[in-house]
Design a protein. Structure first.
Ligand code: PGA
Length: 249
């Protein structure tokens, strides 16, 4: 790898997952309220649920999301947007339908159709929106960001990927009994994620502490996709004491 500047994330450690969600929601709200056209990158999974609940509460208290355009990181391949395991379904249920975002402004990559065409179109839509201003990001136990599993290139773009068995097992509980977790997904690439102007990485619980340690205390390497975040000058890591255990930042 050619020599590039490495950065450390701005770390905030809070007592509980609830405090983490409140802090992350605050940062998103400040971003949304201070921009004419806020473009958010959004994530799914268990960790962001409490963040979306707080954003929905802020909307009920008067905050408008009508100017927001958002781009989700990823989607299972082969699932239509109505499938209960699809991230499109998660996003409608937990965020889009809870706030006043305009129809068509909450983008989730399509899990149907020609993946190469969809991937190119998704990148073009992000570019047309002016790029992502604030990317909300989680981290997998195996260090994945989006569905960029270990081995992903740091300059990868939106594309179809094969999911790790560990990821399929971790996400099995989001699928109805007897339904298989898809083996493939479409995800923003690491290169796509690194183009966000600001990244808010959120992690809670001891189970994430090793992944965070690998991401920020070892040289960047493809074995830990999140270690690519050391190449980004504006990463804010908000985590609880459990997840922060291995960090000395
Ligand atoms: P989680 O997922 O919030 O459900 O732990 C995070 C991730 O896999 O990126």
């Amino acid at each position: 790898m050619t020599q590039r500047a490495l950065y450390r994330p701005a770390l905030v450690v809070l007592e509980s997952p609830e405090a983490v969600a409140a802090e992350v929601a605050q940062r998103i709200l400040r971003f949304v309220e201070t921009r004419a056209h806020p473009v958010l990158g959004l994530a799914t999974g268990r960790t962001p649920l409490a963040v979306y609940a707080r954003l929905a509460a802020a909307h009920r208290a008067g905050t408008s999301f009508a100017a927001v355009e958002s781009f989700n990181l990823d989607e299972y391949f082969g699932l239509g947007p109505a499938h209960p395991g699809a991230f499109a379904c998660y996003m409608r249920r937990h965020f889009f339908e809870q706030v006043d975002m305009l129809a068509g402004h909450g983008h989730v990559p399509s899990g149907l159709g020609d993946p190469a065409l969809e991937a190119r179109a998704y990148e073009a839509t992000i570019a047309a929106a002016g790029g992502i201003g604030l990317q909300l990001l989680g981290i997998g136990r195996n260090g994945h960001i989006g569905f960029n599993e270990p081995g992903s290139e740091f300059d990868s773009r939106t594309r179809i990927v094969t999911l790790d068995e560990s990821t399929r097992r971790a996400n099995a509980k989001d699928f109805p009994e007897g339904t298989e977790v898809p083996r493939e997904a479409i995800t923003m690439g690491i290169g796509t994620i690194l183009e966000a102007r600001r990244i808010v990485l959120v992690a809670t619980g001891e189970a994430k502490s090793e992944a965070l340690h690998a991401a920020f205390h070892r040289p960047p390497s493809r074995g830990c996709p999140a270690s690519a975040l050391q190449l980004h000058p504006r990463v804010e890591l908000v985590c609880d004491v459990g997840a922060a255990q291995g960090l000395r930042l």
